[in-house]
Ligand binder design. Sequence first.
Ligand code: ATP
Ligand code: MG
Length: 395
Amino acid sequence: MYQAFLIKYAEIGIKGKNRNMFENALVRQIERSLRDCEGTFAVTKEFGRIYVEAESEYDYEETIEALQRVFGIAGICPVRIHEDMDPDSLRQATADFVREVYPEGKERTFKIFARRSNKAYPKDSMELNYDLGEAVLQNCPWMKVDVHNPDVVITVEVRQRIYIYSETIPGPGGMPVGSNGSAMLLLSGGIDSPVAGYMVAKRGVQIDAVYFHAPPYTSERAKQKVIDLAKLVSRYAGQIRLHIVNFTDIQLAIYEKCPHEELTIIMRRYMMRIAEDLARQDGSLALITGESIGQVASQTVQSLLCTNAVCTLPVFRPLIGFDKQEIVDVSTKIGTYETSILPYEDCCTIFVAKHPVTHPILSVVERCEKKLDGVIEDLYRTALDTVETVIVGEV
Ligand code: ATP
Ligand code: MG
């Protein structure tokens, strides 16, 4: 039915050098996403556009779904390629296309939008509009012309070959991953952080991730769940280096030395510090969390102030103004929800106080943290030295 897809992208401000970078990143991401699909494809940049051409049999639905996961794609037009440059053969091909895509049984209005960029072709764009419109009317009597407000526009582009298309399937929008630096995602097994990673990747940011686990308090299954979530996010975000930090000894030290109502906030501050060190090692320029104002005690504005105080990199919190249901909706749409709700323990829930402070005061938190002086330094270094790194969505 279709031999190729024309990829439409629409982001303002991609001019000159940026445009090239944007397009190259988009081509790379399209190739990555199609790699897991049946069939082989050639992805080419021509005349400031991107074409995906099938080089073998392929599965249409699967291919569209893969392209719909590539950020930067605004629309996907399935294209029929016609090789014969004879005008009569093009009349026939255009009528056949309309008959197959808009079969008899439903009346529709249409117009032909022809563009001839190959000047060797004997008819110009105006002549083609007229000629091909006539061919459709003759062959498909259920179609009527309406040049002002047609139901369908049949585009016919005459280049070295002829491209015929009419439909635009929406893409995910955003910008291609790799066009906007990289950031370190604090990825837990919950619902929020995978969504946060998805949203930042959608702006073209390449993602690395860090997970804090606390064996034996958290299980291998809990860790595997996070690896699985990273894989699901990588379907959109591309390759992710997931760093797994053994956080047990740090948590135990905090539990032993610090007032229990400050536990969560101090633990969160250590997560941010370690994430920032790993970010610097990876060349990441920012941190990402799944925090949302007021969702839990550790996400009040005062708590956010206290956790943020240990960071010097910018912290992206794309869900900050989202309600839980809005986050669940995105999570369902991107396919992480089912995995996120698997009931495995989380290191944050194991060492929680009965009455955590909801309005921590930075100076008090810092004073409590002082109690860790002399023990935490070694534990911190060991945590960094024993990081295990798993690469998911490898290219
Ligand atoms: P999530 O659904 O993302 O787990 P949450 O609602 O459970 O979020 P918190 O437990 O307060 O909220 O965590 C806030 C954020 O801190 C998370 O969104 C995540 O970015 C980070 N985080 C929490 N626990 C971990 C962990 N074990 N490893 C890595 N990051 C974590
Ligand atoms: Mg959580």
